[in-house]
Design a protein around this ligand. Structure first.
Ligand code: DLL
Length: 446
């Protein structure tokens, strides 16, 4: 068995947990995080005007941060801060040190640009490699990377990690599902990295093409969008593989911030590089372990775009108990939605994840759904299109009505609002190759 050790700047060794699953103790981790936080605060104070000013505004000097327990003294960073300093204003190094930039899609405003030094790219690859190791993907695997390549961090992020671990990388990107399925069979691909909704689509294409019995796939590393246990089960059963949940965000790095192991008891955070806090969304004070709140990250080792207490807007809970796999790192639970995903419908706060969770209990439907929110005569309306599973599809009006009623009831219980349910035939809703879209808020158009 091989061991991989990385000696980071400052001579502090961190371990890549691999097959041996050997890990630092919690005390060792805290010690490492404290040392890195002290260095980081000093680094941003001297290299990023934005942070120097923010710290000065509250009378904080780098020396005031003695350890990780002082992190709450530090100011937050938001997506707006990145937008306000667009494109490179928060970079801590001159452009001569930046070897790559990525950018967010900018669908909710101006794009946010992130920059990496060569060292950042190495750490990123290492973090993704750890995630792949959790999914038992290694040098003997052939992995198709089917996240988008380009400004999106998914493709290149997963690619470098897969190369780092020594797998044979097939850089598919998105865009051609038939080519992907053909090559999956021809190359004998054993692993795939893509969004969970796209993988469900791939499984449908494999069936349509009559290729499903010819694949050698054993693992998938899915992320970039929220998904449910039901989706995991469906992916695992339809492809006869193990599916792992990988999380990340461009601002903090990209894929590889956290991933779940074979026990699927939450996602292990690479917390020697990304310090996680879960904060009560109302008070922004630390939430207790197990309590849902907003996830906030401090990048402990990034050079190009170090971020202090970056508000991800993702809702989760955290646990510091040792996992059954032996790893000691903090785990975050499957995501419960985003602070900014919240829709206010007839005055009620509704998260798409609530709809998704409610539909899990209805055996007859697939995870494909679309919420359409509109305003008629000044009243909000909610219609939910739900795709019925092929096994249960019928054109018998009586059965469809019964199913519509059943779903309506489940949704009403989940969100406290009545919704118009429209059952649609299998394969009706558009499949996305990137992040799935589940909401059309037509009110925004008025
Ligand atoms: O989606 C990075 C990524 C690529 C992660 C590939 C995993 C795999 P962004 O485009 O900046 O970066 O979007 C980040 O996507 O704040 C979450 O809201 C959501 N997200 C990412 N992974 C997961 C996941 C990439 N596993 C935003 N579960 C994040 C739920 C996820 N949501």
């Amino acid at each position: 068995m091989h061991k991989i050790y990385t000696y980071l700047k400052g001579g502090i060794p961190t371990m890549i947990w691999n097959e041996t699953k050997e890990c630092m103790s919690r005390d060792e981790m805290t010690h490492l995080q404290s040392a890195r936080l002290r260095k980081l605060v000093d680094y941003v104070y001297h290299n990023v005007e934005f942070y120097r000013k923010k710290m000065q505004a509250v009378g904080l000097m780098p020396g005031d941060i003695k350890g990780i327990e002082d992190i709450t003294k530090l100011p937050f960073t938001t997506k707006d801060d990145l937008r306000d300093t667009y494109p490179f204003g928060l970079f801590a190094v001159p452009n001569s040190e930046i070897v790559r930039v990525h950018a967010s899609s900018g669908t909710t405003g101006k794009a946010t640009v992130v920059g990496y030094t060569r060292y950042d790219i190495d750490i990123w690859a290492e973090c993704v490699a750890r995630c792949l190791a959790m999914a038992n993907i290694g040098k003997n695997d052939i992995i198709q990377i089917a996240y988008g390549y380009g400004l999106f961090t998914g493709g290149l992020g997963a690619h470098y990690g897969a190369e780092k671990i020594g797998a044979t990388v097939v850089p598919m990107s998105t865009g051609n599902s038939k080519k992907l399925t053909t090559m999956m069979v021809d190359f004998g691909a054993t692993a795939i990295a893509c969004t969970p909704s796209y993988l469900l689509h791939i499984s449908e294409v494999l069936r349509e093409e009559g290729l499903i019995d010819q694949i050698k796939l054993k693992a998938a590393i899915c992320g970039a969008e929220p998904w449910t246990e039901k989706m995991r089960n469906e992916i695992e059963q339809s492809l006869n593989i193990k599916a792992h949940d990988i999380y990340g965000l461009s601002e903090v790095m990209g894929p590889g911030v956290a991933c779940d192991c074979e026990y699927h008891m939450g996602l292990h955070v690479n917390e020697d590089h990304f310090y996680p806090e879960v904060l009560n969304s109302a008070t922004m004070m630390p939430a207790a372990d197990g309590e849902t709140g907003e996830l906030v990250f401090t990048t402990l080792t990034k050079e190009g775009l170090p971020l202090i207490r970056y508000r991800t807007k993702d809702l989760t809970s955290i646990s510091h108990d040792k996992c059954s796999c032996g790893r000691t790192t903090a785990r975050i639970s499957r995501f419960k939605g985003r602070v900014d995903d919240m829709l206010i419908i007839r005055g009620v706060n509704v998260f798409p994840s609530q709809i998704e969770a409610a539909l899990v209990d209805v055996e007859e439907v697939t995870p494909h759904y679309m919420m359409i929110v509109d305003r008629v005569n000044n009243l909000d309306t909610l219609e939910i299109m739900v795709e019925v599973d092929t096994k249960y599809y019928t054109d018998e009006i009586r059965k469809l009505e019964a199913l519509t009623k059943k779903i309506g009831h489940v949704i009403q219980q989940a969100i406290g609002l009545s919704a118009k349910i429209k059952i649609v035939e299998p394969q009706t809703l558009v499949r996305s190759q990137g992040k799935a879209v589940h909401v059309q808020d037509k009110r925004k158009l008025y």
